[in-house]
Design a protein around this ligand. Structure first.
Ligand SMILES: Cc1ncc(COP(=O)(O)O)c(C=O)c1O
Length: 364
């Protein structure tokens, strides 16, 4: 089947762009001596995780226990759950998984560490643990080096847990190249302070996990980090593109949609709304609209209902007709993927297969 025969709306993945994105990140990490532990929250697809592992990824990252359960089938060397998991049922499932796969957890409180230790002891397993610190995003993570040392010491005393190192999510590295470069400096200082506290306390730190897509290729400017966890880079999206991190042709995941109504003057409606694209606004570049119309970038996708995408035609001479097919690059690809049952794989405009988005909706 050709792409223009696919029933719409459909999320397509251009395999050549995807392979280029995977190769670029894998070779950067190899050159810099950094381990790559990609976050699978973007693609949620074991087949793609396998492609990452084949290119040398040192394990996988997930946010949810359900994602870890899905990704376990790819047999990664280790799964990092980069989220402070709390709750007996989830910890029981995680401990069950730890019987067959090596699991590394991140956390930033003694309460979470104690619960994790109890779950580990109940099933006779051991979790590796990373202490999360805040390098400027102000989302999760302890605020000072000494606070991290104190939590690491508690972890060392808890049965079923092994302190392995530190984690931070540098989501504050975002924006133009200048903004990102300035923020990298602040993150580097925060990392250094925490590492110094561990040196003073003579506690060895095996892993320092950082990284995201906007910060990925600046990681060599943060001394001390041992691995990065970018996720979005596999597909890229409009947010990545407007930060200058990739070109439009590197946006591998695109929604194919059909014009279903032109009855209202100056408007055209497409069959991709918020249930396909998500309502996430653009956080970079013009910070407006719900995606880029590839065939007519001057046309604004300015509003979404659940099943309708509203196009404003005031800035174009192009005539739109019911049945026209358009390609949309989503603002934020992770949430868009999470709305799809499957993605369609495209090579040279031919649909050559599909992947089930097996970890979609795994929010627990
Ligand atoms: C803890 C953590 N690590 C890594 C990532 C990957 O970041 P990105 O999608 O920008 O590559 C995320 C994304 O939200 C995250 O929350």
């Amino acid at each position: 089947m050709r792409v223009d025969e696919l029933p719409t709306p459909a999320l397509t993945v251009d395999l050549e762009a995807l392979e280029r994105n995977l190769d670029r990140m894998a070779s950067y990490c190899r050159e810099q001596g950094l381990r790559l532990r990609p976050h699978t929250k973007t693609h949620k697809t074991p087949e793609l995780a396998r492609m990452q592992l084949e290119r040398g990824a040192a394990g996988l990252t997930v946010a949810k226990v359900g994602e870890a359960e899905v990704m376990a089938c790819t047999e990664p060397e280790e799964i990092l759950v980069a989220y402070p998991i709390y709750g007996a049922e989830k910890l029981r499932r995680l401990a069950a998984l730890a019987r067959v796969r090596r699991i590394l957890m991140s956390l930033d409180s003694e309460i979470t560490a104690r619960e994790l230790s109890a779950a580990a002891q109940a099933q006779g397993v051991t979790f590796g643990v990373l202490v999360e610190f805040d390098a400027g995003l102000h989302r999760c993570g302890l605020q000072t080096g000494p606070a991290c040392v104190e939590l690491a010491q508690s972890i060392c005393r808890l049965a079923g847990l092994k302190f392995r190192g530190l984690m931070t999510y540098p989501g504050n590295i975002w924006g133009t190249e200048r903004e990102r470069t300035e923020e990298v400096q602040r993150v580097a200082e925060a990392v250094q302070k925490v590492l110094t506290a561990f040196e003073c306390a003579r506690i060895p730190v095996e892993i320092v996990s950082a990284g995201s897509t906007p910060s990925a290729f600046l990681s060599h400017k943060i001394p001390g980090i041992t691995e990065i966890r970018p996720g979005t880079y596999v597909y890229n999206d409009l947010n990545t593109c407007y930060q200058g991190l990739c070109q439009l042709e590197d946006c591998a995941a695109r929604v194919v949609a059909t014009v279903v109504s032109t009855a209202v003057p100056g408007r055209a409606m497409i069959d991709a709304g918020s249930k396909t694209l998500s309502s996430d606004l653009l956080g970079s570049g013009p910070k407006q609209g719900y995606g880029l119309v590839v065939e007519a970038p001057e046309v604004k996708l300015f509003k979404l209902n659940e099943e309708h995408g509203h196009l404003d035609l005031s800035g174009t001479d192009r005539r739109f007709r019911v049945g026209d097919r358009l390609t949309i690059i989503p603002n934020h690809v992770c949430v868009c993927v999470n709305l799809q049952d499957e993605v369609f794989l495209v090579r040279h405009q031919e649909v050559i297969g599909s992947w089930r988005v097996a970890a979609r909706g795994k929010i627990r």
